[in-house]
Write a protein that binds this ligand. Structure first.
Ligand SMILES: [Zn+2]
Length: 192
């Protein structure tokens, strides 16, 4: 499949060193921060007219003569060490809210399945506490109780620490599919 390639250079004028905050020009007009080559990165953009599109961006590298640090400038369209643009990230997140498989999303966006999973995992820290994967005590007591909390199931689920008796969680339904979703949010090691 053809790919549309856009090339660009990003070389902003600096006012100060990223590390020691030295002013870009010192008193005798000699440069404190010098340009030090460019680093080319490939960034996946949103498709243009269904053609996969990438940006080959040359990012300026700098060197500070005062603190001897090197660094590469960062560009707002992409997060550091990330190879898909922020627009792509938003597009993937938008598609993740729909009932379509991650494989299809990967195909639509011309990215790998791993990328889609990584984008999904990147928002995990923003989830409400109740939706985050959690760890469980070594001994888990489980029970059901009548609650009418949901329309489909009149029984709720309760679990507690089998050694201390401390309440772990109460779930509105005891149905296996609901419980599987709940427990599968935690990594396998934590569940084991
Ligand atoms: Zn410096």
């Amino acid at each position: 499949m053809n790919t549309l390639i856009i090339t660009g250079t990003y070389s902003p004028k600096l006012t100060a060193c990223k590390y020691c905050q030295s002013h870009a020009n010192d008193t005798d007009e000699k440069k404190t921060i010098v340009k030090n080559g460019k680093k080319e990165v490939t960034i996946r953009l949103e498709s243009y007219q269904n053609i996969p599109t990438i940006l080959k961006l040359k990012k300026q590298r700098y060197f500070c003569k005062n603190c001897h640090q090197h660094w590469t400038t960062q560009c707002s369209i992409v997060e550091e060490n990330c190879f898909i643009s922020r627009f792509m990230t938003f597009r993937i997140l938008e598609l993740l809210t729909q009932k379509i498989s991650m494989t299809v999303i990967a195909k639509i966006c011309h990215v790998s399945l791993t990328t889609v999973i990584r984008v999904l995992k990147s928002v995990e820290k923003h989830l409400p506490e109740t939706l985050k994967p959690r760890s469980f005590p070594k001994v888990l007591m489980v029970d059901e109780f009548r609650s009418h909390a949901t329309y489909e199931d009149k029984m709720s689920f309760i679990c507690a620490n089998g050694e201390t008796g401390e309440l772990v969680d109460v779930l509105p339904s005891r149905r296996l599919d609901k419980l599987m979703n709940y427990f599968n949010r935690s990594p396998k090691e934590k569940r084991e």
